[in-house]
Write a protein that binds this ligand. Structure first.
Ligand code: URA
Length: 218
């Protein structure tokens, strides 16, 4: 798919020196696994916080220790997360650090080895997911096939499209465009938009296989 990325639904983290330094470690093919995991976790925290910022808030006020009033904001809607196994599970511990009690569902999607089409194998989702805002977690958005299948699974459970925030680390333009074309109200948060995909559907410059590098299964 070709086209122009619509930046109203894609929230790309500011490309600060710090963020690029973190990326420099995780993209290095020679990075040790503990460095890969630690630096990926810091980026994961950043995209998660940005995703949380896209959820509904309402005004509130509190009294400060000096007797003044602080006019603030508080979350205004129930939220849950859904991780796409296996790579999405890498984002769960950072999310639980920020929101310890959050409900976390799971979706398993795998490509048919012959047709290459993504098949939905397993879902475990909160019963009341239809009334929640959902942070959909997967660090990699390449062709978009898995993301589209996961979004379809959420829509089939009654989650409104505009309640879904897809949180990831690396996105290929093809994947972003696929999601925008099929689900224009789904918002996406990413820390990098890549140049494209190679013949094996890996992102370029990319990171290799995120799951293998994170979980040490390469
Ligand atoms: N999944 C990965 O782990 N890496 C890619 O580049 C694309 C999909």
């Amino acid at each position: 798919m070709t086209g122009t990325v619509d930046t109203t639904t894609v929230h790309l983290l500011p490309q600060t020196n710090l963020l690029r330094a973190l990326h420099t470690v995780i993209r290095d093919r020679d990075a040790e696994r503990d460095a890969f995991v630690a630096h990926a976790a810091r980026i994961i925290r950043m995209v998660l916080e940005t995703g949380l910022d896209l959820l509904p808030f309402e005004e509130c006020e509190v009294s400060t220790p000096v007797g003044a009033t602080y006019f603030g904001q508080r979350p205004a809607a129930p939220v849950c997360a859904v991780s796409i196994a296996r790579a999405g599970e890498s984002m769960e511990s950072e999310l639980r650090t920020v929101l310890p009690g959050i409900r976390v569902g799971k979706i398993l999607i795998q490509r048919d080895t012959v047709t290459k089409r993504p098949n939905l194998y397993y879902t475990a989702l909160p019963m009341d997911i239809a009334r929640r805002h959902v942070l959909l977690l997967d660090p990699m958005l390449a062709t978009g096939g898995t993301a589209l299948a996961a979004i379809r699974a959420l829509l089939d459970k009654g989650v409104p499209e505009d309640h879904i925030v897809f949180v990831n680390l690396l996105s290929a333009p093809a994947g972003i465009l696929a999601v925008q074309y099929r689900h224009p109200q789904v918002r996406m948060v990413t820390s990098a938009i890549e140049e494209g995909l190679n013949d094996n559907a890996y992102m370029v410059p990319g990171i290799g296989d995120f799951g293998d590098r994170y979980f040490g299964t390469d």
